[in-house]
Write a protein that binds this ligand. Structure first.
Ligand code: COA
Length: 146
């Protein structure tokens, strides 16, 4: 997929070199090769990136997960586009690609959560046809570190 010379790629163990150059603010932290390898070793994990001038300027991650009683679902985990490349349709292309790969893996539904106040993310998911749940969710976290 190409928009204005920006290409979208699914990252696999065979093309990790695409992550050699990554713009600031695309990931929360620098990509660590060992973690990347662990991530890609599981074919249910999806990572798609947007590349401009040999540099990753956007990414989206997701996981296709199985339930004991429900068909396969895709959880869209993270989406990020470098600030200087935002509002050019890259977020849309990334999530679209992630949904398509999820479909190819057999997922029958995809979902994502974002902050109520995250206007850009909500505009993006709305644009892609995502339906907002009537009930608002609350997120709880636990620290499991010793
Ligand atoms: C959310 C994010 C990924 C959107 O990426 P993007 O490449 O700028 O999005 P797109 O250009 O594909 O825009 C998709 C739609 O959302 C709209 N949109 C994007 N940013 C917007 C903003 N700040 N305000 C209003 N609408 C916005 C666009 O206008 C577009 O609709 P259009 O086609 O009618 O113009 C980007 O803002 C980002 O990286 N934010 C920080 C990380 C984050 O919050 N990620 C989401 C976590 S759940």
């Amino acid at each position: 997929m190409t928009t204005n010379g920006i290409t979208i790629h699914r990252v696999t163990p065979d093309n990790t070199s695409v992550l050699t150059r990554v713009d600031d603010d695309v990931f929360d932290n620098p990509v660590q090769p060992a973690l990347l390898n662990d991530f890609l070793a599981n074919p249910s994990n999806l990572l798609v990136v947007a590349v401009a001038d040999d540099t990753v300027v956007g990414m989206a991650t997701g996981i296709a997960y199985v339930h004991p009683d429900k068909p396969l679902q895709l959880f869209v985990n993270e989406v990020g586009v470098s600030p200087r490349y935002q509002r050019q349709g890259i977020g849309k292309d990334l999530v679209d690609s992630l949904l398509e790969h999820g479909k190819q893996l057999g997922c029958v539904e995809a979902w994502v959560a974002t902050e109520v106040g995250n206007t850009p993310a909500r505009a993006l998911y709305h644009k892609l046809g995502g339906e907002e749940d009537d009930e608002q969710a609350v997120v709880y976290t636990w620290s499991l570190a010793d």
